[in-house]
Design a protein. Sequence first.
Length: 287
Amino acid sequence: MTATSQEANLAPLPLRQELDFWLGIMTDHSRFMRNAFDPTEEKLFRRAHDFGERFALLRNQNRIQPELSVQFLILVQELLAHLIVFKGRVAAGLEACQILAILPAGFIEHIRREAIFFSGVLARLRGGPRPTLEDLGLPGSGMAVTAPQVLIPRLRQEFRAIAYEEMLFWLRIDFEHMGVLAVRFLPEQEAYRRETLRWGQRLAQQYDAVLSAFNRNADPRPLFAPTLALVEEHAAFLTQLFNDIVTCSIPGGQTNFWPRLVNHMWREGTYFIQVLRVLISLADSGL
């Protein structure tokens, strides 16, 4: 690897690229929900489909427009606010057995927290109120940082808050992912199920280590390297799992979850890796 490529790996994502990531994640969320509703839930199916189409259009617009505008960010914020409400309604309906679907309420709440994080990123860009730590399922109280990657190097006074917020948020997301996958393997895929559960345990243990340091008000910097190593290894596991599924080399040839779901988890893990590299770069600069 050349010095130039190493520097690129440590640089934050450009804003348009970060928005592309988040808009792709929201498109996936909408389609996962759409594909999970019972056939009797036609109105919810159509609503989720509409969200997926609209986020996909915004993602395409972000890619082709000559420059990013405030009006575009407002459009994204407005649609995202409606999606967050929709996810909350669906999660509550599933919990009360008023909605029929093949995804549990906990999964919908999981993707709702991700959408809330994205809403905070947009609010940070436009200067509006950001979500609370409680909204994101994080320890502590008060408003979350939710900094887009491009702003992290400029927010040195908030370095500690950013570091703990990013690690605690994404490690929880990652170990919850493993629980989602583990229950959906076929009986002949038991080895995959056990390996997925082991990954859930490893990620949860690292989350606990970060949480313990947070509670002790410790310096977060010693946690960066072990967290990065673990998340990079986890991303490699997801890459192999995805390849085994799409090539039908997994026992049974198929799984009870979409291959796109694994790719989606890998993309979120890759985003987390990029954040950790930015934090490490700042720490190495003598912050």
